[in-house]
Design a protein around this ligand. Structure first.
Ligand SMILES: Cc1ncc(COP(=O)(O)O)c(C=O)c1O
Length: 380
């Protein structure tokens, strides 16, 4: 740090210079985040100095968080669910598995996750010293129930199902997983970090949330399809007892115990989430998700017009396209200022149709994809 500070305008100029290096959202097909709703940004600003980690000093924002959890619980089929606003999917997944581990008497145990699980589960294995067993996927990239049954044993502290996989947007057969979990006396965590704000608003009624008996915890991220500000994650528990397994004593704060992973916590992101959920309502999210799904279908139709097929028929607003050399195609598209990503298995080009994506940009991206594939074909 410099000895003497700079004038405000100069600092803001420096900040803007760096901000200008960031890519614009409308060219980003690779991210599960989006531009927050304007009301979320306003609420974020109002609560910017609040700390959910010390709720006795900030009872206002503590009430906001309580209301957010209640709305999320209603949305996910359990109005009495308890939980908290976390920093995102990774923290929620860590905490869900930690609570399952703490609730069981098992030490040196394992968790059984689908091969499609987000990499946060590898971090969890390392942090909590649990073996992470990966179950095979079926042809449609859903977890194979037979493979799960083979991997679960008496040292399994939790099974995991995914409602909206990161790479393909696929939904695991949660009722089948729940049957296994109930039969084996095992907790079942659902990672709906992405799908949690999509599935409740689709026309088809997927059975994946707390309405499925046996589901014990759910991760759901307002900072993805919820249109809230970063960092807004959500972790819900069906039972208060499970959440209590996370508590530690907090001798110098206004509350005696704390269940969250981080101590100081952003009240701003919770307020942003409250504001956007109250403002949008179920109907607003239905429209938003409907638009994203229409655009998803448009992208697939345009891709087919140039002879490119999706790996699976999209379930959510995630598309994986079969192309030769996805990494090379991705790099070529980046040169044209399009940002897409790739999947691991099968290897494909991955695109998320978030609320910032327009029909026009889908058409332009596919036009460029066509040119890139043609020039690669010509060069081969
Ligand atoms: C299914 C799923 N779980 C967890 C995460 C991790 O969320 P975060 O990046 O907010 O920690 C992601 C991120 O994309 C995800 O798609």
């Amino acid at each position: 740090m410099m000895d003497r500070g700079l004038p405000e305008e100069e600092v803001l100029g420096l900040i803007q210079e760096m901000r200008d290096k960031d890519f614009r959202y409308d060219r980003l097909f690779s991210t599960m985040c989006t531009i927050p709703h304007p009301i979320a940004i306003r609420a974020h600003d109002i609560f910017v100095e609040t700390n959910l980690g010390d709720p006795g000093l900030f009872p206002g924002v503590a009430e906001v968080e309580y209301r957010v959890v209640r709305m999320l619980g209603e949305m996910l089929g359990c109005p009495d669910a308890v939980g908290y606003v976390s920093t995102g999917g990774t923290e929620s997944n860590i905490q869900a598995i930690r609570s399952a581990r703490n609730a069981s008497a098992i030490r040196d145990g394992n968790i059984v996750v689908p091969e499609s699980a987000h990499f946060s589960f590898d971090k969890i294995g390392d942090l909590l010293r649990l073996e992470v067993r990966k179950a095979r996927l079926d042809r449609n990239l859903k977890v194979d129930l037979g493979s799960v049954e083979e991997l679960v044993d008496d040292r399994t502290v939790a099974m995991v199902g995914i409602a909206g996989s990161t790479e393909f947007g696929q939904v695991d057969p949660l009722p089948g997983l729940a049957e296994i979990a109930l039969d084996r006396g095992c907790r079942l965590h659902v990672d709906a970090a992405f799908g949690g704000f999509v599935l409740p608003f689709l026309k088809a009624d997927w059975r994946w949330d707390f309405r499925v008996e046996g589901v014990t915890t759910i991760t759901v991220d307002p900072h993805k399809m919820g249109m809230s500000t970063i960092p807004a994650g959500g972790l819900l528990f069906r039972s208060l007892q499970d959440m209590k397994t996370l508590e530690t004593e907090t001798h110098y704060l206004t509350v005696a115990k704390q269940a969250s992973l981080t101590g100081t916590r952003s009240g701003a992101a919770a307020a942003a989430t409250y504001a956007v959920m109250m403002h949008m309502g179920m109907d607003g999210y239905r429209k938003l998700v409907g638009q994203c799904m229409d655009l998803t279908r448009r992208l697939v139709a345009r891709a087919r017009e140039i002879g490119v097929e999706p790996v699976i028929e999209p379930v959510l607003n995630v598309v994986a396209l079969k192309v030769d050399d996805p990494a090379g195609v991705r790099a070529a598209l980046m040169e044209r200022d399009w940002h897409v990503s790739t999947t691991r298995s099968p290897r494909a080009l991955r695109m998320i149709i978030m609320p910032h994506i327009t029909a026009e940009n889908i058409d332009l991206l596919i036009r460029d994809l066509d040119q890139v594939l043609r020039s690669a074909g010509a060069g081969a």
